[in-house]
Structure formats: structure tokens, C-alpha cells
Ligand binder design. Structure first.
Ligand code: ATP
Ligand code: MG
Length: 399
């Protein structure tokens, strides 16, 4: 009997010399965690590939193609996977291979009606099989041609490649979903993401996670100036990022009193930078408490007044740990493309206000100097603000 199985291919992980074992183990653990809601699965690895099968009969994700697609999409979201295919697995001889290949092609053409040309490729791991790979290709190719009048062979530029593998079992498959590549989350130290409700910071979190970094996140909430919906939007964005980055803690800082204090006691043209510096110090305190070794923001050079080189230099002064800004040299269009690709964009553009936009000056200083910030902060008790932000009313949500 033929069953559906899922084949996933590993990428950069396989380039790791001595660390390869650790990267692969992490990837397998992440896959198991990501797929925990898809029923009982057997997930095993052989060379640079991973096979995923249902342990029990009747698992809907292996019965119907649309559901299989859901499972495959989840697999593509695990960093370290380069591509995923739905394969048909069965036992038997060349006649079984012909029959299952034909069934597979039939379904493939239903999903891809424009496909007119194909070629067959074969890998034979089972050397006791009585035909070699070229013979299998020729036989299966001829069988498909005979049964599908609409198809012809094109060995150079086919619409699809029918893969046949003869191992302990036989497999046929065609086509693949591309994975998000990167390195398995957990192979780098943890980072604290400053997550606003905008487009940029979720992308920044995604990008660092793609280099193996687990993530916690912090959001500065100024209720009632920022609404419950604005907070819910950030929770939703954290959930989207966590599809890729795994479990995270989201810290919600009650920022209202701190912000009002700043508005009252520092010059308006410096407010954004003062606010940034306070945010970073609170984030840093939370980072130290939760074993994070760096901060991550969605800043991009020159995008707004607080993102000039001078402003960035002055905000950096308060940090004792690296601040990673993966979007610093990126064009907004490219950030938006990634945002759409990870499914965050529609949530990011929901029109709820951000705490930064509420009290901002019409003409913020774009080239602040150190003396400006000293002056701007002289009437503030920053230490007390940081203590309060990281302590009083702090809410922690497990995502
Ligand atoms: P985003 O699209 O991520 O909101 P932005 O282009 O709107 O970024 P800013 O508002 O200047 O830029 O924010 C710069 C960065 O500061 C954000 O990417 C985010 O990392 C952090 N940040 C801003 N506001 C908040 C907030 N309320 N809570 C947590 N982090 C924030
Ligand atoms: Mg913003």
C-alpha cells in the first residue's frame, strides 16, 4: 500500500564541520516542536534529508493534499530547511513504481494543469534492485508518456521533474516548497527584540532567528494613549515571529507614567531620542534577567529622525550589550517583501497608534550632540524610570 510521506532537505547545516551533529540535533528538536500539533509523527534523518511520516493511520495531514500543504508549510518555517516535498512511499517492483508514478503524476497535473513537459530522475540506494537508475528512468518515462497524452519529455527545461528513489522502500515525488533556510534556532545565544506594532521590528526578529538566535521580545505600552488593540496587535505579531523563532516570552512594559514624565521634563525636539535611550535601558535590564546577550531593533539608517547615524550613536551610549539592527542597510521595499513573506504585513499595517508616534515633536533634532542629551535628561531620574519599567506592572506573556 502506498502512503504519503514528507521529505525535507537540510541546507547550510550540512556545511558545519565538527559542529554538524549539534546543528542537526537542534534542527530535529525544532522540527518536533514545530510539528507537535500535527498528530503522532515519526521524524528521522538520513544523510542531509529528513523524512516525516504519520505514526498512526488516518492522520488527515497525510491523507489529503491541502492538509499536507499545511504541514509542509510548517516544515518550511523551521530554519535550516531548504525545501520540502510530498512523496509517495511504497514497496514492490518496477510495476509498482510505474503504477504509483502514474498516480502521482495524475495528482500533480490536477494541481499544475499548465505542466506539459517532464523528465524522470532516479536514485537507487538499493543495489539489489534488478534495474539500474538509467533503466528505471527510461521505463518510468515511457510508462508516463503512454498514459498521459498531454505530456512530452524535455530533458533540458521540463515543467516538472519526477523523482524516483529506490531504497529500502520506493518513493516518487515532484516539485517542492522552498524553505526559509538559515540556521536552526538555538544554535546561537538569545536576543531581546524590541517589538513595536510596525513593519520593521517583526522582520528584524525573523532575520536574527534565521541565524539561529532564540528570541524574547519587549513591547512598551502606554495605555490609554496606546489602545488595547495596539497591544493585541503586538501579541499577534509575536505569535507570527514565533512560528519561525519558537517559544518566546513577550514582556509588556507599562510605559505610561515614564512617558508622561519625559514629556513633561525634557525638551520636545529631543523626546524621541530620550525615549529610545530609556527603552533600551529597560530592555537591557530585562535582557540580563532572561539570559539574552544582545538587543535587536528594527531600525534602518535614515528612515526617520531617530535613525540618523548621530541619533543611533547617542542611543548606543546607554547600552552595555550589542544592539543588532539587521535592517540597518535595507530598503523599505525589501523589508515589506519579507514582512509579506512571513505573514506579518497585514497585521503590521493595522492602524493602531504606537507610543512613539503619540507625543513626538514636529521637528525632532536629527543631528543631536552629546551635550544636547545631557541637557535633555538633566531633569529626569532615569535610574528610577528603568527600575520602574522593568519592575512595576510588568506583564509577561508566554507565546
Ligand atoms: P517599526 O516598523 O518596527 O515600528 P519604525 O520604522 O516605526 O519601526 P521607530 O518607531 O523609530 O521605527 O522604532 C524603531 C525601533 O524601535 C523599532 O523597530 C523597534 O525595534 C523599537 N520600538 C519602537 N517603538 C517600540 C515600542 N513601543 N515597543 C518596543 N519597541 C519599540
Ligand atoms: Mg514604529
Amino acid at each position: 500500500m502506498a502512503v504519503n510521506v514528507i521529505l525535507a532537505r537540510m541546507g547550510e547545516v550540512t556545511l558545519k564541520g565538527l559542529n554538524r551533529g549539534r546543528f542537526e540535533t537542534q534542527l530535529m528538536n525544532n522540527l518536533r516542536y514545530r510539528l507537535r500539533t500535527f498528530g503522532k509523527l515519526a521524524i528521522f534523518q538520513s544523510q542531509s534529508r529528513i523524512w516525516i511520516e504519520a505514526k498512526e493511520e488516518g492522520n488527515p495531514y497525510f491523507e489529503d493534499e491541502e492538509r499536507a500543504h499545511e504541514l509542509m508549510t510548517a516544515v518550511t518555517q523551521v530554519f535550516g530547511i531548504v525545501s520540502v516535498s510530498l512523496a509517495c512511499k511504497f514497496e514492490g517492483d518496477i510495476n509498482d513504481i510505474d503504477a504509483n508514478a502514474a498516480l502521482y503524476v495524475k495528482k500533480h497535473l490536477e494541481r499544475n494543469p499548465s505542466h506539459k513537459t517532464f523528465k524522470v530522475e532516479c536514485k537507487r540506494g538499493n543495489k539489489s534492485f534488478p534495474m539500474n537508475s538509467p533503466m528505471i528512468c527510461e521505463e518510468v518515462g515511457a510508462y508516463i508518456l503512454e498514459h498521459f497524452e498531454c505530456l512530452s519529455v524535455d530533458v533540458h527545461n521540463p515543467d516538472f521533474i519526477l523523482q524516483v528513489e529506490v531504497r529500502e522502500f520506493n518513493y516518487v515525488y515532484a516539485g517542492k516548497l522552498m524553505g526559509h533556510r538559515g540556521l536552526p534556532v538555538g544554535t546561537a545565544g538569545k536576543g531581546m527584540l524590541l517589538l513595536s506594532g510596525g513593519i520593521d521590528s517583526p522582520v528584524a526578529g525573523y532575520m536574527m532567528a534565521s541565524r539561529g538566535m532564540p528570541i524574547d521580545a519587549v513591547y512598551f505600552h502606554s495605555y490609554p494613549y496606546t489602545s488595547e488593540q495596539a497591544k493585541q496587535k503586538v501579541i499577534d505579531l509575536a505569535k507570527i515571529v514565533s512560528k519561525f523563532s519558537g517559544r518566546m516570552n513577550l514582556y509588556i512594559v507599562d510605559f505610561t507614567k515614564i512617558q508622561l514624565d519625559m514629556v513633561k521634563n525634557s525638551p520636545h525636539d529631543m523626546l524621541t531620542i530620550v525615549m529610545r535611550r530609556v527603552m533600551l535601558q529597560i530592555a537591557q535590564k530585562l535582557a540580563l534577567q532572561s539570559d539574552c546577550k544582545c538587543l535587536i531593533t528594527g531600525e534602518s539608517l535614515g528612515q526617520v529622525a531617530s535613525q540618523t547615524l548621530e541619533a543611533i550613536a547617542i542611543t548606543n551610549e546607554v547600552a552595555d550589550m550589542p544592539i543588532l539592527r539587521p535592517l540597518i542597510g535595507m530598503d523599505k521595499e525589501d523589508t515589506i517583501r519579507i514582512s509579506r513573506d512571513i505573514g506579518a504585513f497585514d497585521t503590521s499595517i493595522l492602524p493602531y497608534e504606537d507610543c512613539c508616534t503619540i507625543f513626538v515633536a514636529k521637528h525632532p533634532k536629527t543631528h543631536p550632540k552629546h551635550a544636547d542629551i545631557e541637557e535633555a535628561e538633566k531633569n529626569l531620574d532615569i535610574e528610577a524610570m528603568v527600575k520602574q519599567g522593568a519592575g512595576e506592572n510588568l506583564e509577561i506573556i508566554e507565546i
